[in-house]
Every structure is written in structure tokens, then in C-alpha cells.
Design a protein around this ligand. Structure first.
Ligand code: UD1
Ligand code: CA
Length: 455
């Protein structure tokens, strides 16, 4: 049996007060809409149609390759929205899941259960419902004496008695596609909002004597919709807990989950410890036995085993096993550290390769450089890689010793085992094994301070 999904996402999300369409706001590194698409895909959906309106081009870009986009240029209601997906599914036979783009907590298992329940009951429509502590704003599920569903009444159209009902429509349904779009075409906007309500299809089917079911789900949190930025933050917190729980269950220590921020999809190896105020973002992958944080931000970083990173920022970089980073380092994109490299305090590295066991311990800038193995870079050393027009490379051979406060004016090459004297400005290549010193001879004026005082 085949399964399709339609995600309704044409609304502007006025209460977000945003230029961006609501469903493109992100939680734990991915958009609301992506979370929903992932859930339906994991539930076995073969084709997905997203109904977009406000910011449709942006929405189309976001879902490219994962879903097709149907345009609803005027938001006339949920029935009208679903109708727009009709042409995209005209050759499809089977069941169609309908859900909203602003409920990112929905889980694949719940959707699978709904589909199973629908298929085994032989219903034409199954609506997923939940009991809410505070049902206001939601459509209420009206059942008959035998417990069967009769209809759904929107909050705004509900009588005071109906408003007492705590069983609500989650906005998630499983429909037989056959006859669905014909039925939607018959819905009229006769209600307080003047909208075409998708929920009216339930009453229509019941009136025709067809089987409609409601499946009550236990976990109402999953259906929390996001309407404003307060709810965005609340839902993100729930999401974040989920991500951290998965990490902890797979053998990672998260010292303080409340102050740790990990994007979905980040991979962390066993026995790694994540200290507070740490952000792991994007496609970051971390090995085993690392100590990350406190106060670190890693974005698209690949980190080996046994690495320590304290109070530092690492962007789009590769860090080998047993490296020791920070505190207060800034590793910018395209940095690659081989095994056992030390990058100490107040060091910035950009687009550079640092070979095995080399050390940049304090107060340095290394940019566009290629360093060999076993090198020591003295405190305060910088590569002068930019001449105001172009960036130039610096190369340093294995075992070189760069004295403190050396300026390496690129392009320049320091041979293997060479030494530079502290404070030198090196403008020409230094052969392997040589010493390069570039500074004026020290002058000694005897008894100078004593004589100065006398004046
Ligand atoms: C809807 C349901 C309500 C349910 C609630 C669950 C209807 C009439 N009511 O109400 O029973 O309890 O969801 O959250 O269906 N959308 C479009 N085009 C439109 C209108 C809406 O794409 O013309 C999209 C929105 O972007 C949103 C979703 O459909 O993602 C739901 O629309 P919304 O207006 O928020 O419906 P509710 O009033 O919440
Ligand atoms: Ca509404």
C-alpha cells in the first residue's frame, strides 16, 4: 500500500512578526518544515507535497529534492489549502497523511501508528486527536453516544458546552485519497472565519454513512503548534532535550543539559564529556574520550579522539586525535590540525595545516600557512599573510623553531629545523637548519637611569 503526505504551510505566521515564512524558522539547526518532512519520510511516506503561499520560493528552496510544492496564493482555509495539492497527486492511489508545517515535534512512530490504525479499520478518514490541558484555540472532537466521531467544531464556532471538551483535533489526518479531493471541492466557507475548513470533510463523510475514526494519542506535547517566538523557544527546548537525551543514552556525558546546545545530526563518540555553555552545530562530528567546553562553539567541525577544547570557537575545521585547544582560541574555516597539535590561548588560525605534534601555544595568528611536524611557534608570532591586495602563503618545515614575536612576511618559507630569533621580521626564505635573526644590535648605555635622574 502506498502512502503520500501533504504538509499545509501556506500561512504567513503573522504572530512570528518575521520576514521569513513561519515554517522556515529553525529549531536545533533545522527548519520546522524539515522536521516535519523528516518525520513523514521516516514513517514511510513515498511522496510529499508541501502547500506553500507566503514566501513560497523560499519554501521551495528549503524542500528541494525532498518534496514538491503546491502554491496556494490566497489563504482561504485548510480545505482550500489541501485542495491545491490535488493536481500533484492525481495519479496517486492509497492513503494520504495530512499535517501542518508548524508542528515540528511530531514523531514518525506516531504517524506510523495512525496509518496502521487507519488501514486496519477500513475507515475513509482517521483523525488524530489528543487531550489537552488547555484546549483553547483548537478544534474540538464531537463524538456520539457510542463514542464515534460526528464532527469537529472550531474553537471560534463552538458553543460553551462544546468548549468544555478537552479532546482536540491535532490537525493530523490519514485519508483514503480516492474521493478526497471531490469532497473538498464541496466544502463551503460557512463559519465565523469565512474559511474553507478541512475539518468539515469529517462531518460530510459521517453524513454519507462512511466510516470515520478518531485515534486518541497519549502524548499531547508532540502536537504543540508554533505560532510565535515564545512557543518557538519552548518547543526548541523540548527538542534540545530530545537531542541531548539521545547523546546521553549513547554514552556521552552532558554535564548540564540546560546550558548545552546541540543541533540535530551532530555525532559524538562515547565517553566524551560536554561541559556547560557549549554549542555543537551543523555537521559537527566528535570522536571518543574528548572534553569539549566549557564555553565552546563548534560548527561543522570534525574532531578526532581524545581532544580537549576549552572556551574556543572552531568553524569548518578538522582536528586530529589528541589535540589540545584553548582556552580562547579561534579556529577559522579550512584549518586542519594533525594528531597531537597544541593550539593554546589567544591563538587564531585560518585556512592552515598544522602537522603532527606542532605547537602554537600563545597569542599567535597563523593564516594561509602549511606547517610540518614537531614545530614550535613562539608566543606572539604572526604570519603577515595579507599585503592589502592578496593573501600569500607561509611554509614551515618539520622541527623548525620560531622565536617569540616573529613576523613571517608571506610569501615566505622556513626550512626544516631552521630557527628564527625572537622579534625578527622574516621577509626572505630561511634555509633548512639555518638561524635567521633580523633585528638591530642591542645598544647598552651604562649608568643611564642614574644620570637621567640627576638632570
Ligand atoms: C486547525 C484545525 C483545528 C485544529 C488545529 C490544530 C481547521 C479548520 N482547523 O486550526 O481543528 O485543532 O489546526 O493545530 O483545519 N494553512 C494553509 N492555508 C490556509 C490556512 C491554513 O496552508 O489557507 C496552513 C497553515 O499554514 C498551518 C495549518 O494550515 O500550517 C493550520 O492552519 P491554522 O490557520 O493555524 O489552523 P488552526 O486555526 O490552528
Ligand atoms: Ca487559524
Amino acid at each position: 500500500m502506498k502512502l503520500a503526505a501533504v504538509i499545509l504551510a501556506a500561512g504567513k505566521g503573522t504572530r512570528m512578526k518575521s520576514k521569513r515564512p513561519k515554517v522556515l524558522h529553525t529549531l536545533c539547526g533545522r527548519s520546522m518544515l524539515s522536521w516535519v518532512i523528516n518525520a513523514v519520510t521516516a514513517a514511510g511516506v513515498e511522496q510529499t507535497v508541501v502547500v506553500a503561499g507566503y514566501g513560497a520560493e523560499q519554501v521551495a528552496r528549503e524542500v528541494e529534492g525532498r518534496a514538491r510544492v503546491a502554491l496556494q496564493s490566497e489563504q482561504l482555509g485548510t480545505a482550500h489549502a489541501l485542495l491545491q495539492a490535488g493536481p500533484y497527486l492525481k495519479d496517486f492511489q492509497g492513503q494520504v497523511l495530512v499535517l501542518c508545517g508548524d508542528t515540528p515535534l511530531i514523531e514518525a512512530d506516531t504517524l506510523s501508528l495512525l496509518v496502521q490504525n487507519h488501514r486496519s479499520s477500513g475507515a475513509v478518514a482517521t483523525v488524530l486527536t489528543a487531550e489537552m490541558e488547555d484546549p483553547s484555540g483548537y478544534g474540538r472532537v464531537i463524538r456520539n453516544e457510542r463514542g464515534g466521531v460526528c464532527r469537529i467544531v472550531e474553537h471560534k464556532d463552538a458553543s460553551p458546552e462544546e468548549k468544555q471538551i478537552r479532546e482536540v483535533n491535532t490537525g493530523i489526518y490519514c485519508f483514503e485519497i480516492s474521493g478526497l479531493f471531490a469532497a473538498l471541492g464541496q466544502i463551503a466557507p460557512v463559519n465565523t472565519q469565512g474559511e474553507y475548513y478541512l475539518t468539515d470533510v469529517i462531518e460530510m463523510y459521517v453524513g454519507e454513512g462512511r466510516t470515520v475514526n478518531a485515534m486518541l494519542s497519549k502524548n499531547s506535547v508532540e502536537f504543540t503548534g508554533i505560532n510565535d517566538r515564545v512557543q518557538l523557544a519552548e518547543v526548541e527546548q523540548i527538542m534540545r532535550r530530545r537531542v541531548l537525551r539521545n547523546l546521553m543514552e549513547s554514552g556521552i556525558t552532558v554535564v548540564d543539559p540546560a546550558s548545552t546546545f546541540v543541533d540535530h545530526g551532530v555525532v559524538v563518540g562515547r565517553d566524551t564529556i560536554i561541559h556547560p555553555f557549549t554549542f555543537l552545530e551543523g555537521r559537527t562530528v566528535i570522536g571518543e574520550d574528548c572534553v569539549i567546553g566549557p564555553g565552546s562553539r563548534l560548527s561543522n567541525a570534525t574532531v578526532g579522539n581524545g581532544v580537549t577544547i576549552q572556551n574556543s570557537i572552531v568553524l569548518d575545521s578538522l582536528i586530529g586525535d589528541d589535540c589540545n585547544i584553548g582556552p580562547f582560541s579561534y579556529l577559522r574555516p579550512e584549518t586542519r590540525l594533525e594528531k597531537g597539535v597544541k593550539v593554546g590561548d589567544f591563538v587564531e588560525i585560518k585556512k592552515s595545516l598544522i602537522g603532527k605534534g606542532s605547537k602554537v601555544p600563545h597569542l599567535s595568528y597563523v593564516g594561509d600557512a602549511t606547517l610540518g611536524e614537531g614545530i614550535n611557534i613562539g608566543a606572539g608570532t604572526i604570519t603577515c599573510n595579507y599585503d592589502g591586495h592578496k593573501k600569500w602563503p607561509t611554509r614551515i618545515g618539520d622541527g623548525a623553531f620560531i622565536g617569540s614575536n616573529t613576523n613571517l612576511v608571506a610569501p615566505v618559507e622556513i626550512g626544516a629545523g631552521a630557527v628564527t630569533g625572537a622579534g625578527s621580521t622574516i621577509t626572505r626564505d630561511v634555509p633548512a637548519g639555518a638561524l635567521a635573526v633580523e633585528r638591530a644590535d642591542q645598544k647598552i648605555v651604562p649608568d643611564w637611569s642614574h644620570r637621567k635622574k640627576k638632570k
